[in-house]
Ligand binder design. Structure first.
Ligand code: B12
Length: 211
């Protein structure tokens, strides 16, 4: 399988052909993780590079994001094991002021695949929404995603709120997203950081003492 076909289709926002290309790769026996990493994510990285260089603009990025979602929809059932007793309940959300959801959705997918019950809180999630949901369900850990520097302070605000309510011992919080670093996690008192979705799963297992 030529991963370039998938990468190009993401880059060109070829929503119509992505499902077929992903299905072809699956029928060739390529592991879904590889299709995701070397095809879909690679395509989106290229989009990021060109967007940054002002060579493409928001409409193109949006179409590429739709193509990415079309590919992820096909892979999701394969990455997510069914019938497994959930290891723990984890909530995942993109923080307030931020509408980026591709990375967050990958974290959701990988966690589900690893056997966690995942509550997807969506995008633009305010600190009190994280808090309310944590009170309602038996959430052991929260994953917060941020893709723009202006939304990063909302991560700190959420952590501060959990500390204020005395929930920080009971509920772990990890953070991630392109502009986020381990240093930032340390600075705002997060329990952990990971730089991609599969490392996020490892970090969650480590913090919840599940191996
Ligand atoms: C796609 C995209 C969009 C799409 C989003 C579509 C969608 N449904 O998500 C659209 C067009 C809507 C968009 C809008 C905007 N965007 Co934009 N966007 C991007 C782009 C090109 C790719 C992001 C992406 O999906 N990457 C692919 C995924 C797979 O990577 P990821 O999110 O980083 O996730 C991985 C890891 O970080 C990690 N991870 C993610 N979350 C978490 C959480 C946890 C807990 C853990 C452990 C790990 C983890 O795992 C993931 C998988 O491995 C980036 C460029 C870039 N290179 O990041 C710009 C970028 C993020 N956008 C940017 C900007 C400026 C904007 C806008 C303000 C543009 C505008 N002028 O309107 C708006 C913001 C709107 C808002 N309020 O959110 C800037 C941010 C700059 C900054 N300093 O903050 C970037 C960096 C581009 C740039 N260089 O200028 N964008």
């Amino acid at each position: 399988m030529d991963y370039n076909k998938i990468t190009d289709a993401i880059f060109n926002g070829d929503i119509a052909n992505i499902p077929q290309l992903v299905k072809e790769a699956i029928s060739e026996g390529i592991p879904p993780e590889d299709i995701l990493e070397k095809g879909l994510i690679e395509g989106m990285s290229l989009v990021g590079v060109k967007f940054k260089a002002n060579e493409i603009f928001v409409p193109e990025v949006l179409i590429a994001a739709k193509a990415m979602h079309a590919g992820m929809d096909i892979l999701e059932p394969m990455l997510v094991e069914s019938g497994v007793q959930p290891k723990a309940t984890v909530a995942v959300g993109t923080v307030k002021g931020d509408l980026h959801d591709i990375g967050k959705n990958l974290v959701v997918m990988m966690l589900k695949g690893a056997g966690f019950k995942v509550i997807d809180l969506g995008i633009d999630v305010a600190p009190d929404v994280f808090l309310k949901r944590a009170g309602k369900e038996k959430i052991s850990l929260i994953c917060m995603s941020s893709l723009i520097t202006t939304s990063m302070p909302s991560m700190k605000a959420t952590i501060d709120l959990f500390k204020e309510k005395g929930l920080n011992e009971k509920i772990k919080i990890i953070i991630g997203g392109a502009p986020v670093t381990q240093e930032y996690a340390d600075l705002i008192g997060a329990d952990g950081y990971a730089d991609d979705a599969s490392s996020a799963v490892d970090k969650v297992k480590e913090l919840l003492n599940l191996k």
